[in-house]
Write a protein that binds this ligand. Structure first.
Ligand SMILES: Nc1ncnc2c1ncn2[C@@H]1O[C@H](COP(=O)(O)OP(=O)(O)OP(=O)(O)O)[C@@H](O)[C@H]1O
Ligand SMILES: [Mg+2]
Length: 275
């Protein structure tokens, strides 16, 4: 082939029966991507959507624990397809189910690409309105592989408000733009602190990162999730906050994000209960 001719790209297609894929990403680690992904998934499932959740963080797969199914092992069907594990009305697949606890993944790009391909093609997702993908931090091989294998309907970017997080988050936004994935919006996490004793709210960091990002990229701010120790303990206990304390302030904000996403997916209203 002539060196200037573009390489042929393999056809992207959705996994069988899956209508939409939404990625949750961020440039930075530890900002709350997994927390948002898990609560987004369970909140949409509670609204009557058929939801899958793919833990694409092969380096630190913690969704099985956050969904309370860390001791489960996915079954393999007669046809060689892997059955996702059902938790809180959501079908979950994670590298965490397949690895010994504490064993690290030290993989190069092609192996990661193969793993993503298997997660997307060899898992029996079944009929899903939406598959939520929890991405690892950064802008690396996993993100690129997923965007090459399947069409993504959209992406959410999670950020904390400190300006230190900002340049990383801009990188994540630029990556989605480059991969031609529409950015549904920004979720600001841990800007306000809810005191566990008196339940008063205090602003810990100045507002800024999410607003700047949303202005620069013209994407809406979909939610402002307060810092609440209950979010952390819910994750550790395997009961996402939207399940454990659905009326708490962070759960209400997370449900708002879920409804904004469902609206962007144009899932028929009749399928959704109560909203
Ligand atoms: N709003 C919140 N209030 C309190 N704790 C939170 C909140 N959001 C996230 N956390 C906690 O912060 C920690 C990091 O969150 P999480 O694992 O969701 O981040 P992440 O961006 O997925 O991290 P990583 O980059 O390691 O994948 C977890 O212990 C989680 O329970
Ligand atoms: Mg995570």
């Amino acid at each position: 082939m002539h060196q200037h001719e573009p390489k042929p790209q393999p056809e992207k297609s959705l996994p069988e029966g899956v209508r939409h894929i939404v990625a949750v990403g961020a440039g930075k680690g530890g900002v709350g991507k997994s927390t948002v992904a898990v609560n987004l998934a369970v909140a949409m499932a509670a609204d009557g959507l058929k939801v899958g959740l793919l833990d694409a963080d092969v380096y630190g797969p913690n969704l099985p624990q956050m969904m309370g199914v860390q001791n489960h092992v996915p079954r393999m069907g007669d046809d060689g397809k892997i059955e996702p594990v059902e938790a809180h009305g959501v079908r979950l697949m994670s590298m965490g189910f397949l690895l010994e606890p504490d064993s690290p993944v030290i993989w190069r790009g092609p192996l990661l690409h193969g793993a993503m391909n298997q997660f997307l093609r060899d898992v029996r997702w079944g009929g899903l309105d939406v598959l939520v993908v929890d991405l690892p931090p950064g802008t690396g091989d996993v993100q690129l592989s997923i965007a090459q294998i399947v069409p993504l309907t959209g992406a959410l970017i999670v950020t904390t408000p400190q300006s230190i997080a900002l340049s990383d988050v801009m990188k994540a936004a630029a990556m989605f733009r480059k991969l031609e994935v529409p950015i549904f919006g920004v979720v600001e996490n841990m800007g306000d602190f809810i005191c566990p004793h008196c339940r008063m709210t205090s602003r810990v960091f100045s507002h800024g990162a999410a607003k700047t990002l949303s202005e620069k990229y013209g994407v809406p701010l979909l939610g402002d999730i307060p810092l609440d120790p209950a979010v952390c303990s819910a994750g550790e206990d395997g009961q996402p906050l939207c399940v454990a304390h659905p009326e708490s302030a962070p759960a209400r904000a997370l449900r708002g994000v879920a409804r904004a996403v469902a609206a962007r997916l144009a899932v028929p209203i009749a399928k959704r209960q109560g909203g």
